[in-house]
Design a protein. Structure first.
Length: 230
């Protein structure tokens, strides 16, 4: 009603509260990206909406955007008469601080090569640098992941990877499904198989993203969705 201009005399505070409250509902559903978007919309309308700022900090923490989450939380704490009296806010600050401490890798860590497959996904998940986008879990130059999974070097092999992954996913074996999706993507992106339709390539990323969502690996899910949309 408000944004379609069906109703034009709505106060900015009410407009902002609608977005902020929907964001809180998204948080309860663990829909972190939607929650972040609604909080940002709420703050566009009313930058002084402290609840929206705090809820965006919560969502950004879950999305791995720890630096921006801390910026939001610091704004909230400045608005409180006694920040230490808000137990939830202080606990969130401690969680974000702990993640930020992990952010700066040692020089050796920067030069070391991540192991393929699932270990690589863990490394991406633990990266908290908002300015550096998460790296795809499958790259053309990556060593062969999951060598125990044998596939024909053909379009049929890629199709088999997708079918097997979908079957495993439907059986609740989500980790195994990720392995098969990853193996199929490796065949495509390492150029082992060159006649793969763009639709199939996109579906592999999209389906693996859904598996990551089931595993609550939000950064990997976002990366796979972005790859699917390229």
């Amino acid at each position: 009603l408000v944004e379609s201009k069906k109703v034009s005399d709505v106060p900015a505070d009410l407009h902002s509260i609608l977005h902020s409250n929907r964001a809180f509902a998204h948080i309860k559903l663990q829909k972190w990206a939607e929650a972040e978007t609604d909080c940002s919309e709420a703050l566009k309308v009313n930058p002084k909406n402290t609840k929206a700022t705090y809820r965006r900090a919560m969502a950004r923490y879950e999305l791995g955007k720890h630096e921006s989450a801390m910026e939001d939380l610091e704004k909230v704490l400045k608005e409180l008469p006694d920040p230490n009296s808000n137990k939830e806010a202080m606990e969130l600050k401690e969680k974000i601080s702990a993640q930020l401490k992990k952010k700066a890798p040692s020089p050796k860590a920067e030069t070391s090569q991540p192991a393929p497959g699932f270990k690589r996904m863990q490394i991406v998940e633990e990266s908290d640098d908002e300015d550096e986008p998460a790296k795809p879990t499958t790259s053309p130059k990556a060593a062969e992941p999951f060598p125990e999974i044998k596939l024909e070097l053909s379009k049929a092999g890629v199709e088999k990877a997708k079918t097997e992954a979908n079957t495993l996913f439907s059986q609740g074996k989500v980790d195994d499904a990720v392995k098969w999706f990853s193996k199929g993507l490796w065949l495509v992106e390492s150029k082992k198989v060159k006649d793969v339709p763009a639709d199939l390539h996109s579906i592999l990323h999209s389906n693996r993203a859904f598996a990551h969502i089931k595993l609550k690996k939000w950064a990997e899910a976002e990366t796979d969705c972005s790859e699917a949309l390229k």
